[in-house]
Design a protein around this ligand. Sequence first.
Ligand SMILES: Nc1ncnc2c1ncn2[C@@H]1O[C@H](COP(=O)(O)OP(=O)(O)OP(=O)(O)O)[C@@H](O)[C@H]1O
Ligand SMILES: [Mg+2]
Length: 313
Amino acid sequence: MINKERFEELFQQQLIKDISQEPIDIVLSGQYGKALELLRDAEATGLFPALVGPPGVGKTILCRYFASLRAKEKKNQSFFWLTMDESIKPSHFIGSFDPAITLKKGFVLEAFNPGPLLSAMLEGGTFLANEINRATEYSQNTLLEPLEEESINIPHLGRIKASKDFFFISAMNPEELSGTHRLSEALKDRIKVWIKLTYPDKTTELEIIRINLPEHFVIEESELELIYSIINETRKNKIDIEVPASIRAGIAMAKLLARRRSLEKEGKIKEKTSTNEYLSEITRHVLLGSMKPKPGTKVENIIESIIHKTLGA
Ligand SMILES: Nc1ncnc2c1ncn2[C@@H]1O[C@H](COP(=O)(O)OP(=O)(O)OP(=O)(O)O)[C@@H](O)[C@H]1O
Ligand SMILES: [Mg+2]
């Protein structure tokens, strides 16, 4: 374990103090520019939006970017989020009493540690309810009052009104994907702008992969195209694949290929391997855990047939 002093020093060094100063490399062509515009419209009209889309299509990065724009404009630095699942309780949104202080002093303000939703409401920041449809209906209900009345009740302390700049965004995977509860009808009725994100068009996805590569990593356009065609195969095969590879898989493949290329350039790899050989190997390693096959289908078989089809190996 690191010692206390070192921990404090590193913590202060790495603390994100101001989200508006955080560099976010985002591609805003295609669906992303449109989605951002809709988020801005929702904000301007006081309507709460939801981003809906499968894993890894850019819901979180778009929210972070939007929150950082708001932070710049409102000179307000707060962006809070909570990723939900069945174990999330209302206290995770609102906050809770510190047991030691409460024991000594009772349910006083001083003993209360505010949660992310309460913090955003007080500071007028952006709150992102990530994977909102994974929370139980009981927890989803915590959001009804903040969305409808812009207020929230804190047990033992009272009810507070949200700052006028408070804004709420939710993000979720489409409901038909397994492992999620449905969004409660009451909550659904309070979210008024539904923004669908899906796998981006080819040009946008290639641009996203490029922007996510470290500067010293270079790969050729033809190699990027091959990576895209491999990833895209997983999205076309709806018979064997339940959840295809996301943008993250393409980024990972590009990084691995670029690293091989740079080692080659530096003379650290002696024998030259063809792009297709490299890519076959990389595809096997990356795709293994990057998609969800339908029950009864072996992921290895799907991968081999994709390699055969796209790389001919
Ligand atoms: N428009 C974009 N510009 C730049 N990078 C992007 C863009 N969209 C997605 N990415 C990259 O793709 C990856 C996945 O994006 P993100 O985490 O935002 O997806 P998500 O939809 O929130 O996924 P999940 O459902 O798993 O939470 C990240 O590495 C992100 O940087
Ligand atoms: Mg996300």
